[in-house]
Design a protein around this ligand. Sequence first.
Ligand SMILES: C[S@@+](CC[C@H](N)C(=O)[O-])C[C@H]1O[C@@H](n2cnc3c(N)ncnc32)[C@H](O)[C@@H]1O
Length: 247
Amino acid sequence: MYDYYLGGKDHYEADRVRAEEAVVADPTLINLIKENRAFIGRAVRYMAEQGIDQFLDIGTGLPTQQNVHQIAHSVNPDARVVYVDYDEQVVAHGRALLADAEQTTMIHADLRRPSEILEHVRMRRLLDFDKPVGMLLVATLHFIPDEDDPHGIMAELRDALAPGSHLALTHASADGVPDVVAKVVEVYRKTSAPGTPRTREQVTGLFGDFALADPGLVWAPLWRPERPVSMEEAVQTWFYAGVGRKP
Ligand SMILES: C[S@@+](CC[C@H](N)C(=O)[O-])C[C@H]1O[C@@H](n2cnc3c(N)ncnc32)[C@H](O)[C@@H]1O
């Protein structure tokens, strides 16, 4: 469905049908997805400028334009990137894209079992966990229902990181436009990936004791924008976005 929103060709008929249904539920949905991608660009550049030279991107999605390694390399050509996804198709496409890339790899692992990620041999070979890591969970955690304990999962991941590490995430929330979000959630309930929007307080909790960089947790277009953004426009983009730093 996400590939369909981004204008890609790697989706099935069933994905297209549900994605079109979701766009009827929220006619601004494609803009939200673009804003989410734009946040990845700003957040990775920000982290790279803070000196982060190794990234762990969990819930990567199908390769598109301006993936994390391309953004990171625009600031630091030596940056290393590990992509993680549990979707076989995403992993196959990612590996094909990265066939020639030495500093980037894609692993198949499930976020619901953080040790699968943290103990992965190929991940450990590329990233040094004694040094700061930039961890991304962008538009991914709302696919983890409460019964799978997203706060416990995040605590385990955060604990594994060295001081100075960063966490960038976006997360769906019904705080701003609850009626719109309820309609989209209804569509996703019919898919293999139902979503769980969370409140500002719940999303803030995912950062644990990480200190949020300015401007804190905000609607995605408002996170260090490169153009003027009104609150009216931003609230239509019902993903919270933030970047935190481990003390
Ligand atoms: C909406 S896409 C986001 C892609 C990209 N991060 C972005 O924001 O553009 C969510 C991705 O998370 C992955 N995902 C969902 N649950 C996951 C899990 N339990 N473990 C690993 N990946 C997961 C999905 O396969 C999908 O590729």
